[in-house]
Design a protein around this ligand. Sequence first.
Ligand code: SF4
Length: 224
Amino acid sequence: MGIVTDKLPGALEKVPGGNVLVTRFDEIINWARANSLWPLTFGTSCCAIEMLMATGGPRHDMARFGAEVARPSPRQADLLILAGTIVKRMAPRLRTLYEQMAEPRYVIATGACTISGGPFIYHSYTTVRGADEIIPVDVYVPGCPPRPEQLFHGLLTLQKMIKEGETIREPGVRRKPVISALPEGVTLEDIQGEMKELLVKENVVDVHQAVDKLKWPSGTNDGS
Ligand code: SF4
């Protein structure tokens, strides 16, 4: 499980000898699901390099969102991350992969090609014009390619949807898909600053202190 970005749903009541959490069972399940997603990656072209390889690396550190354990098997995954062009010959395989995933299952579509066919939307006899022609999509992350931070934004959006949405009484009930575009005017520095604050707030690591302590061997890239 990654950084828990909200409180445990429910109320803590003090009793002699400790505390008791009073909550609803489906809220706990949705909270746990949202914070421990198991992704299956479906990277087919340039977006996959930015979205999946860079995002999974230590610089961006997807682990803090509890979704770093990418599965090579759909049977062990509940989040399908699509990145890249989907050609028509691939479409039946993609549908099969989706149907083999554990339920409840979620889909994030990243990049213009995955969302709409991108530059291949016109006059292409090979390319699917959007993943939602094949499978239902929960969150769209636009861009060409989107940055890793944008995928995180999409992941946090999906987590919010899961916490608010599906219940054990009504499995399969979904809200409408959303577009997880970063607000206009937000810079990369803003996003990185916000993430640092989140890490500090959760007492996972004191980022400023950790950076001060870093000693880079002379003559090497200082990572800036
Ligand atoms: S959206 Fe852009 S970066 Fe992503 S697969 Fe299409 S052309 Fe490549």
